[in-house]
Design a protein around this ligand. Structure first.
Ligand SMILES: [Cu+2]
Length: 189
């Protein structure tokens, strides 16, 4: 909340708040607000631009958190922004980006302004980069499982898709190192 002169410190603070939220299943921003899941239905909006999703997948996980990836392209002629996401795997889903901290470590954090999609430019969500973060999994996600994802777009429309669960080889990224820190260790790329 307070503006910090140290960006990295701000990051750490932010992630530790997140972790506390995970542990207690109820941090400041946590969701007992039922309204979030019900996007407004545009009755007579012009044909929604919509978003085309190519090869959507979700990383398998036994518990805790995981993420949805894929290639997202607006099918309209104007830019559109993915504002939020809701999934069938948990009541708590966030849009995350990955940034490099002062110490060179990769840290993920919520992206408040969402994912902006420019016509003709696919926006790739991939391990080590932007992703749709699913927190507080309500059940394990195993290979072949399907997770329903609904995106709320800046034009008021929603786009729904199904992400197929895939296992990825270890070492690509770490969302939770189990020591109270959320940072990512990059294997390659
Ligand atoms: Cu994340």
């Amino acid at each position: 909340m307070s503006s910090s002169a140290h960006p990295r410190r701000g990051l750490l603070l932010l992630t530790s708040v997140c972790i506390a939220g995970l542990a207690l299943t109820g941090c400041a921003g946590s969701s007992t607000t039922p309204a979030a899941a019900a996007p407004p239905a545009p009755a007579s909006a012009p044909a929604p631009a919509g978003v085309t999703i190519t090869d959507p997948w979700v990383k398998t996980a036994e518990s805790g958190m995981t993420a949805v990836f894929g290639t997202f392209t607006t099918s309209g002629s104007a830019p559109v922004t993915i504002r939020s996401a809701v999934t069938s795997a948990s009541p708590r889903t966030e849009l995350h980006e990955v940034v490099t901290g002062a110490d060179g470590a990769m840290v993920m954090r919520p992206r408040a302004d969402g994912f902006a999609l420019e016509p003709g430019t696919p926006h790739v969500l991939a391990p080590g980069g932007d992703h749709i973060m699913i927190m507080d999994l309500t059940a394990p996600i195993r290979p072949g499982d399907q997770v329903e994802v609904t995106l709320s777009l800046s034009d008021g429309s929603t786009t729904r898709f199904t992400a197929l669960a895939k296992e990825t080889s270890g070492g690509e990224e770490n969302y939770d190192d189990g020591a109270g820190e959320m940072h990512m260790s990059e294997g390659g790329a």
